[in-house]
Design a protein around this ligand. Sequence first.
Ligand SMILES: Nc1ncnc2c1ncn2[C@@H]1O[C@H](COP(=O)(O)OP(=O)(O)O)[C@@H](O)[C@H]1O
Ligand SMILES: [Mg+2]
Length: 274
Amino acid sequence: MTGADACLASQLLPADVARIEASAGWRKERVEVLDVSVGRVIVKGHRPRRKPARHRALNAVARLVGVPILRAVPVHGGAASQAVEIRRLRALRAAGVRVPELLHVAPEYFVMRWLGGNHLASALSEGVPAAFDLWREAANAILDTHRRGQYLSQCFGRNVIVGTAADVAGFQGFIDFEDDPLEVMGLPEAQVRDWLIYLQSTLWQVPATPSQIDAVLDACLQGESESVRRLFALACRRLAWLRRLPAHRRWGRDTLAVRAVATLAHRWRQRHGA
Ligand SMILES: Nc1ncnc2c1ncn2[C@@H]1O[C@H](COP(=O)(O)OP(=O)(O)O)[C@@H](O)[C@H]1O
Ligand SMILES: [Mg+2]
């Protein structure tokens, strides 16, 4: 724990902390949802250094098409990852980005506000009626994050919490900040990487026509800085040929996901002459 972590005044009562420390849940499963004095919270423990398996597809594409910004960012694991996540959560919240409120930091875990039990990836795969609206809302939230001078890093559909009930509807916030792309790249690269990660993880399941999708993308990229637009155009140039990947489901979701982004990249080039 760093000095800065120790400075966080806990928002929890000593009884809440005692209950969390006695709980086996987060030690076993790494995350645990608990109802405590301040409401529903999530406890996140450390995880051992992880092989970047879940970034494999992105890494392969990055190598294949020479878009280095798609490369995975190092995840240090253990206490170092927790320190990164706490730093990023604080910076994002201070900038006004919707991320969970940090409630308590301890050497082996931290506690944050629970944002809800649904994420965008499941809303898309279940095909809920609001799926396209949720996708557009989250895209606008990414733009808003960038306009505040910030970046996300792991804005995969499963890290975008959404509400799909009548009482809790719409985008609720971004989660999961264990890596910091600014360790290995600049701000505009990290922001373009956010778009590519978001598109790669969601686009293939978005229930909308190409022109509806393009309208959202054009409006969002219009709001980005010149350097982000330039890097995005470059990525589109490098990715567009992958639209020729096979479209059949038996080729697996990674192929479908990359193909969907490549098809969008091709359309982008046609519209913008990039
Ligand atoms: N603040 C939060 N609100 C709601 N659910 C959360 C929150 N933080 C984490 N989760 C849940 O815990 C899971 C794992 O947490 P996450 O931060 O994404 O870690 P990782 O993906 O690295 O395991 C998430 O997929 C989500 O279901
Ligand atoms: Mg996650």
